[in-house]
Structure formats: structure tokens, C-alpha cells
Design a protein around this ligand. Sequence first.
Ligand code: MLT
Length: 405
Amino acid sequence: MFRVNEDYLKLPGSYLFSTIAKKVAAYQEKNPDKKIIRLGIGDVTQPLCPAVIKRLHEAVDEMADAKTFKGYAPDLGYQFLRDIIAENDYKQRGVAIESDEIFVSDGAKSDSANIQEIFAKESKIAVCDPVYPVYVDTNVMAGRTGTYDSATGLWSDVIYMPCTAENNFAPEFPKETPDLIYLCFPNNPTGSTITKDMLQEWVDYANKNGSVIIYDAAYEAYISEENVPHTIYECEGARSCAIEIRSFSKNAGFTGTRLGFTVIPKDIQTPDGVMLHSLWARRHGTKFNGAPYIIQAAGAAVYSEEGKRETKEQIAYYMNNASYIYEGLKSAGYTVSGGVNAPYIWLKTPDQMTSWKFFDYLLETANVVGTPGSGFGPSGEGYFRLTAFGSYENTVEAIDRIKAL
Ligand code: MLT
């Protein structure tokens, strides 16, 4: 008789955003005439920008012509896109990343989920708490997290780095030394950031301890403050300890078209010279047939002059929503943070409500959907996340409804 991967059975409940989607669908079914405003999952609402749409159309037409038709994409990504990324995201920032250190993928979610595969099963992981649930869940699936304590919401073999109002939602060095450190800045879910000097300390810590940092920079395009690093490779020594994961979803609206990339510098090596770069290339070759040509062509258009201008406008649009949420809630007496370098606003639930209680309360009384902070980890209890990715009209309506409660 077949047996299942029992590590999957350890996962408590369903994936956070699936749980929310089910709850909202059930509420809508019971209340069909209510207009629900969704500020839960960080999904964009603005259409793809004209430069991207134009390139998509052209690329589709290329597929109709035998001379320009493309079959399987190169598993590591088309060279034209890898070159553009290396130039724009790294070289122009004075950062030495070569195009062959860039692995194009179908998105940052898959990469942040899969990257753990190239590390030993016994690897000790450290995560911020609260945290994007993919990092922990995928390590649970890989049998790396020990046992789950439903009373505390903690896994016995995971090192948690609480990010609370007391430490300005920035992790502190853990007592126990991790092998893998997941960091995400600008942060999902708290919307916080750390300065370049603080990130440098993490890079120094990782190099000193032989740890690898998995740096999720999916929200990089939302950085508005000067001293916040756009890439971990701005820090000295990051080439020997850091993997960076990037997305086209949040900066250019590719949530539905899927595109992202991971950077693995060739300098990250075991003492006997095994390069993580080679392992990831091997994995990509075996498990991935490349992101579609059409989508990679559209991704390259994000870096054209028009693409840069148009995507900047979209980011400004979402950040205008972010300030509306931030200011609106603040004026209504909520304790809020985030929303300055990230499209997420992190608020304290009123009247000591638990995160899930506030979720239900908001859904039922204001018909607004957000994300319960405790869904991201125990330190998120008593907090709630709202996303700025809605339309401006819906954002205004949602905040006005909350203020009227
Ligand atoms: C989120 O809402 O946290 C993200 O949108 C989820 C994701 O990007 O997978």
C-alpha cells in the first residue's frame, strides 16, 4: 500500500490565504447582496501597464510565425532577461552580480518555497515571527521543523526571531546559531524595513557563523527611504552568504502572469567547494522547464523606459492607498505601522481582540477582508494586516467603513 509523506500531515490547517478565501466565500454566499472589499491577500488590482501589454501582444505574434516561434524556454531563463536584470537591478546600483547568477522562475513564491531543497535535512532554520507562511510550511513538508505545539503555535526545531513593536519589527540575532536565515525586507507582513547598516550586521553574522541568508526582496520597488537597501548585495560580503529572491508580481503586477528570479552568487560554497549555484542549476534543470517566452519578453519590457515610468506610477498609486489606510486608521485611534516602504499596513487590533476575532468582526460589520496577524506566527497575535493593493475607491470605502464602526 502506498504511504504518504507524513511531514505533510503535521501541517496545521490549510494555507493561510486559502483559509481566508474559504471564510470569505462562505460569508458572501450567506450574504449575497453585501459588497465585500478585499484587502487581505497582497494581490494587485491595477492592469498590466501598456508597455508590458504591447510586448505581450508582440510576443504572442512571434509564436504564430515559424521563424520566431519558441518552444521550451532555457531552464535558467532567456539570456536577454538575465542580462537586463543584471544590468538594471544590480550593476546600475554598483553591485557585482553576473547574469549567469540569475535564475528566472515562475515567481518568488515557488522559489522561496523550493530553495530549502538544496540544503541538508538537518539544517536549522531561523525565521522572523510573524513571517510569510511559505518559509515555515515548506520546511515542515521537508521534515525539518520538529513537532508543533498548538498552544504556542511554535515548531520545536525552528528558531523564531520575534519582531514586535518593542524592537521596531526588526529581528534580533538568535541565541542558537541557524544554518538558514530567512529575511524579508521590506517585510511581509509588518511592512517594516531595516537600514543598510542593520542588514550589513546580518551579513557579517552569517559569514562569521557559516549561515546562509535567504533574502526575500519581493517588495523592493516600494522602498521610499534613502537608507533602506534595495538588494542585500549592497552589503559587503553578501556574495558569500546570501541568496536573493525577487518578484515581478508586486513591482509590475505579474501576480496572474507569474515571473520572478533568484540570485545565487557563485561565491557561496561549502568548505570543500560545492557551490549552491550548481545545486540550484541542477534542480532547475530537472524540475523546471523555464518561464514562458511570452512572459519573459513582457518581463523585459518592465525595464524599458516606458515600462519603468508606468510601473513607477502603479507603485505610487498603491502607496497613495497605503497612506490613506495609515492616516485614516491613525486618525481613528488605531496603532499602525508599515505603509512607508511597503504596501502593507500593520495594525494593532482594538480592545485586545484576537487577530481572528477582529477578522470576523471586520468581515461581518464592515464587510472588509484583511489578514489576521496570528496567521503569520504567534508574535502576530493581536495584529492585523491590510494591503494597499486594492483600487483607490475600494480602499477609501473600506477605511471609511472601518472609521465609522
Ligand atoms: C501575501 O498576501 O502575503 C502575498 O501576496 C502572498 C504571496 O505573494 O504569495
